[in-house]
Design a protein around this ligand. Structure first.
Ligand code: MRU
Length: 354
């Protein structure tokens, strides 16, 4: 692994493929330092996903695909069968890094399908690498389309709350929920944003506040505990968040605390929207099949290096929660906006042609 630092620019990608290497922004270092890491081994990509160097559902989907692109280069296989077997091993390691976001499995499956369609080792290498790059390019286009579609839901002078980071840093670029916020501003509307801090990993303060401030948005940071206060005191008109997995009934799995934000929004009659690409919709799983990632207790017992809890305290640290469809005003995708009844409207999204 090599590291380099750089200045931020709007053409930056969170994750990209360059000269047969995967380059990522190390998100654990933000907002203090902008550091790029370069990997040439899929095991390093797996570690990067596990340790949140790269995070956010679409970004880890593309990272998984790039991990397999490294695996085709690392393999010494001389036959198609050997190469597919090496890829299956790499896929397992990449897949087991994080369980909740469906985009990871989706990205890995796309690459395995294209690999299996190749005839020779050489052809499979080319197919896999170009498909992974295509997935990265598509991610940006999808976010821009989704942003435009979602922007009609937001009005001039709205103050929009968002939770966690569903921005450029959670995707290849532009973002899902923050993509909608970007597109709303690009449509000429004057908007403000409230970002929740998003304890314990602080994706809201470290990443959302960072990228929105960098892009000149009027953004205010609040502690997670001030969601109710902000809504009760008329500081918020609408909410938009991203998603890690949406099942066909419209139940949305997203960063821990999303359920609380949605419940508060319902209590105060504030529309609550979810923005996510179709790759985040899992038409197979039921609510009870979805695994909520439990993360290490030290994320909760300290902030940075500072300990904020007694030694040996028991910790419960779920990384995600589930928001039921009755709290959701609409699910914004690149194929349109699904509204209740979600089982019907989500199914229809998959029937929309380009
Ligand atoms: O644990 P993280 O940082 O990967 O969680 C990210 C989220 O929950 C995002 O809201 C979600 O992935 C949508 S990102 C476009």
């Amino acid at each position: 692994m090599t590291e380099s630092t750089a200045k931020i620019s709007s053409s930056l990608r969170t994750v990209e493929w360059k000269a047969n290497r995967v380059i990522m922004i190390d998100q654990t270092k933000l907002p203090n330092e902008l550091v790029f890491v370069e990997y040439d081994d899929y095991n390093q990509v797996a570690d990067a996903i596990r340790t949140l160097v790269v995070r956010g559902a679409p970004a880890i989907g593309v990272s998984g695909a790039f991990g397999l692109a490294l695996a085709v280069l690392q393999s010494n296989a001389t036959t198609k069968e050997e190469l597919i077997s090496d890829l299956e091993k790499a896929k397992k390691i990449l897949f087991e890094t994080r369980p909740t976001a469906v985009n990871l499995g989706w990205g890995l499956k796309k690459i395995m399908d294209i690999a299996k369609s190749g005839d020779s080792v050489e052809q499979i290498r080319e197919l896999v690498i170009s498909k992974a790059q295509q997935m990265a390019d598509d991610d940006i286009e999808i976010n821009k389309t989704m942003g435009k579609i979602g922007s009609i839901l937001f009005d001039d002078n709205d103050t929009i709350m968002t939770h966690c980071n569903a921005g450029a840093l959670a995707t290849v670029a532009y973002g899902t929920a923050l993509g909608v916020i970007r597109a709303t501003r690009e449509s000429g509307k004057n908007i403000k944003v409230i970002a929740t801090e998003t304890r314990p990993v602080q994706q809201g303060s470290r990443l959302t506040a960072f990228e929105l401030k960098h892009d000149g948005f009027d953004v205010s940071l609040i502690p997670d505990t001030a969601v109710g206060y902000s809504m009760a005191n008329g500081l918020v008109n609408k909410v938009v968040v991203g998603a890690d997995r949406i099942v066909k009934t419209g139940h949305v799995f997203n960063k821990i605390g999303t359920y609380q934000v949605a419940t508060m929004a319902k209590q105060h009659g504030i529309p609550f929207y979810v923005a996510a690409p179709l790759s985040t919709i899992d038409m197979e799983s039921k609510v009870e099949d979805v695994i909520i990632e439990m993360r290490k207790g030290t994320e909760v017992t300290g902030i940075g290096d500072k300990k904020t809890a007694p030694d040996d305290i028991n910790v419960i640290n779920p990384a995600f929660d589930m928001t039921p469809p009755e709290l959701i005003s609409g699910i914004i995708t690149e194929k349109g906006i699904a509204k209740a009844p979600f089982e019907e409207s989500i199914k229809k999204l998959f029937e929309v042609n380009d």
